[in-house]
Design a protein around this ligand. Structure first.
Ligand code: S3P
Length: 175
């Protein structure tokens, strides 16, 4: 198994958390979710932090949480929040820890359908128009990830995890 941290990035509702879990199961390692770490540390959800204190404050908290998580230096899988990878300081932290970054490149329509179905948990995607604009703005930054995985509507988390595992195995010369 690869000993480097594998990091899953991508837009809101691209499937980061479920894919990270499936990949952790497949590789037999721990899968963490940055938003969950933040919620545990802050005793409130990212949504509440953004609504109560704004996005800038949330980004500060998020960078501290990422840094703490990386300090533990446990090999495994981490699902980022949708905006984590867009912040240069976070990309620097991940590079310093030699993390392998995977971008789940899901079409906007798929993400939006899931965002809508999940209800009102995402203050940074209040309407389809603003979410689409944010999506477009972020594409170029997500593309800085080490690997891009194209996500189709029918792909299961297990299938996506297998694709990632094969990619990483090839990359480390294991086959
Ligand atoms: C955000 C995405 C959310 C959460 C916060 C900000 C973003 O995570 O971190 O609401 O900026 O895209 P998900 O990608 O899991 O929705």
């Amino acid at each position: 198994m690869n000993q480097r941290l594998i990091v899953i990035a991508g837009f809101m509702a691209s499937g980061k958390t479920t894919v990270a879990r499936a990949l952790g199961n497949l590789l037999g390692c721990e899968a963490l979710d940055l938003d969950e770490s933040i919620a545990r540390a802050e005793q409130r959800s990212p949504q509440e932090i953004i609504e109560q204190e704004g996005e800038d404050k949330f980004r500060q908290i998020e960078t501290v949480a990422l840094s703490e998580l990386l300090k533990k230096d446990a090999a495994g899988v981490v699902a980022l929040g949708g905006g984590t990878w867009t912040i240069p300081a976070n990309r620097k932290l991940l590079a310093e820890h030699s993390a392998i970054t995977i971008w789940l490149d899901a079409p906007f329509e798929l993400c939006w359908r899931r965002i809508e179905a999940a209800g009102h948990g995402r203050p940074l995607a209040p309407t389809s128009e603003s979410a689409r604009q944010r999506f477009q703005e972020r594409l170029g930054v997500y593309a800085l990830a080490d690997h891009r995985i194209e996500i189709n509507v029918n792909d299961s988390a297990e299938e996506i995890a297998k694709t990632i595992a094969a990619l990483i195995s090839r990359r480390s010369g294991n086959n």
